[in-house]
Design a protein around this ligand. Sequence first.
Ligand SMILES: [Zn+2]
Length: 245
Amino acid sequence: MNREIVWKGNNHTNSSSRGTHVPFVIVNHISAGTMASMDSWFTSPGNKTSSAHFGVAKDGRIHQYVDIRRMAWANGIGAEDIAKSKTPVIQDNPGINPNLYSVSIEHEGTDGDLTEAQFQASVWLHRYIQQQVQEIWGRVFELDRYHVIGHFQVNPRGKPSCPGSKFPWNRLYKELLEVEKKEDDTLKLETWQWKMLGDTLDGLYRKGVIGDYSWAEKAYTGKLTASELAWLNTVIFARQAGVEV
Ligand SMILES: [Zn+2]
């Protein structure tokens, strides 16, 4: 299905630099209002407090307010709350404002009971964010319970009901994982590992062990899949054992 993201942010939309941080967490929210009121609040000169990267309407429309290269003001908590958090990804990043390493999705509604169109659009958007982060920064993160969380997990004191008691967490994780299994066999590596794999395949190409430079290129651009690497390993191993293939 073709989806369109409609840009709605303006020069009143709140955002800040991410500094050197790369986003690897998605935080889900409920807007507690309509899509129209979300558009209006996130572009209002009177709003000096909050923003989000995306909003998903009940009919499946997706609006964007903040470029994911920048940080949205969606999950603000003080140092004290960060220190007290029980959420693994926040515990693992002590003293760091979660806005710096997250992308936020608002959902139109009040209790998290998403419509089917809204749920499907949100699943698509999670995948889209994952791909954008890989394209922009070369970082891959899984769409699992560690990396996809709710606002209540960031700010249990101030926002215990965001994205709401009816938010379909189990179905969301199941769907995100299934989509991943179906479509994505790409290796999950850190940037330095991709570089090292690229250098390795480049070296093997120069030594004549593999005849195609595009394997190195695939590694340098973070696109090599597990199936391709298994195939390459077998061919390289065979050639080094003297088998002519
Ligand atoms: Zn929220």
